[in-house]
Structures are given as structure tokens and as C-alpha cells.
Design a protein around this ligand. Sequence first.
Ligand code: DAH
Length: 365
Amino acid sequence: MDKEPTQQKLDEQLDLISGRLETELKRFSNIEALGRAVYLSEAEKQLKDLLDVRTKFLGKKSEFASLKKSIGRVAAEGRASFGQLVQQTEAIMTASIDEAEQSLKNHIEAARTVRETIDVTMPGRRPRAGHLHPITLMRQRIEDIFVALGYAVEDGREIETDFYNFDALNISAGHPARDPQDTFYTTDGFALRSQTSTVQIHAMQRRGAPVRMIAPGRVFRRDTPDPTHNPMFYQVEGLCVDRGITMAHLKGTLQEFVHRLFGPETRTRFRPSYFPFTEPSAEVDYSCFKCGGAGCRICKWCGWIELGGSGMVHPNVLRAANVNPEKFTGFAFGLGIDRTCARIYELDDIRLFFENDVRFLEQFR
Ligand code: DAH
């Protein structure tokens, strides 16, 4: 700074500074024009920058501050008017910065309000609620009935050793069911269980006798899929072992079961049959829930519908599970869930259950 700066030079300098400030403030002034599209974070950053601009132009170390200090050195005759000009310039610059700051703050507040606003009149996004699979619904209905009759629900294994799948069930070494043509085997020689009867053995080993349980679950057979066959399907096994259990208990239990599932007018019929794990054995039928036995499309004009297999537990099976056949007797049964479910819903093809077509499954809630 000159010893005696000329009035004109000082005035020019003041002009220059405030001109530069105006230019600098331009980049803050367009924020309103950009409106809400300017991100909140951008506006907040600009507010910080503006603070720096204020320091740069009006701060203690600013060019303006040193200019202000030179008032004392101005020739006496011009000092008052220069002092006035300095004050005026300072007021104008302060006002411009204040204005820019206020507009930024307004913008930030408006943007925050927008961000925090919820339009309560907007329609909500409706979650697509799922529902249980028809086979699951059927399984639960069956479980409820047997639980009410005092049965426990057992959860078995889907992969079994030959012992549980065959030996313990009195299925002899050469029996055709053991044929890899009929049963899936793992490369380690385990079998995918071909029936839920395997759980009879596990249940008796674990619980001992007496025992009353049902075991719903998946079973696997090497069948080619067609309207009534699937290589994977569901069964419910039932087992009741106690002192003095007879075939009458079996008949009464399944009679009660079909009453509760299909209605009290439903009748049962037991036909002699053969299973290696029961003696005697019987196939169980129930009178058609649709026609009451007169014959219709559902029961294929026969009046009866097959429920499953049953019989008195073979002494060899009791022995294999460490239950003394001299003290205990029992009955067992095995029902197919898929076919019963298909009948109830009047479906012609059980494969539909596992195609996972939501349009089909949605019909059964
Ligand atoms: N396990 C037989 C099947 O899959 C069904 C069956 C028959 C189960 C007689 C039993 C029974 O418990 O006693 O065909």
C-alpha cells in the first residue's frame, strides 16, 4: 500500500472488490432456479462455501480489511468521504452475502420438508400374501383329527438305511420292492424311503410301547408321472401299540377318522389284503363323500374310494423295534395324502400339485 494512496486508486480498489463479490455470489444465486431438484446435500455444501466467501471478502485478513485500515493514511480532505464509501461498500457486500445465505437456508428447509413429507393419500403397496399349499392344508386337517384322538405327530427321515426301509418292516431280501427299478438309491446305498412305514420303527425304538403316533411325510418311488402317479408323494402313517389292541380298534379308529374328515354318514369297508409288515392286512375304503355310495364320477361309479392300507403289526416288526410281541399288539395304517386331496378338490391330475403354477395353487386357500 502506498504511503499516501490517492483517493481515486482507493475508490477503484473498493469497486473492484465488491465487483468480484457480485461475480462470486452468482453461483449461489441460481439455487432457487434449480428448485427442489438440487439435492439437499448440494445446498448444504453451498452454505458452507458461502461462509468461506464471507471470510474471504470481509474477514480480518481480507483485502477489504486492509483497505479499511488505510483510512487513517488518506489525505485529510478526502478522508471523510472515503470512510463513508468504505462503510457503504461494506454494508452492500454484507447485505449481498446475507441475502444469498438466507435464500440457501430457505431452500434447505423446503427441501427437508419435502423429504420428510408422506403423502397419506397415496395408495399403499399391497404385499402379496402367500398361503399354504393344498397338500399342507390337507395334512393339517388329518393331523388335527389324530391329535384330537390322542396321537403324537412324528417327523421321520426321507433318506433311510435298508434296515428301516425294508428289514425291520419284515420285507424279505428278495422282495421286489427292494428292486432299484422301484426304489431310488443314493450312490452310498441309502434308500429314499418308499413309504412312511419306516417311522413305525423309529417311533417304537425311541418311545417304546405303548405308543400312538402318526407320521406324515414325503415318500419316493420310481414311477413315471401320470395323472395318478408321481415319483414323490405324501403319506400319513399311523401306529397304535398297546396291551390288548385288536383289529376292532383299527376299524373303530379309521371309522372315526373318516367321520371327522368327510362327515358322520361316511361308511368304511375293509378288504383282505397282504403287506409284509402286517398280519392280517386289509385295504380300507370309505363311501364316496360326493354321492354317498350311489356311484358318481368322483368314485368312478363304484360308490367306494380307497383310503389306504392297514393291518395288525406283524410280530417280526415289533421285535425289530425291541417291543415284546408277547405283551403288546398293535395296528398300523398308511394313507395317501395327494390322492385324497385330489379327490376332495375333484382334480383329475395329481401332478398339478407340484407344478408350482400359482394360478392353480391360489384356488386353495
Ligand atoms: N406302506 C404301505 C404302502 O405304502 C401302506 C401301508 C399298509 C401302511 C399297511 C401300513 C399298513 O402301516 O399297516 O403302500
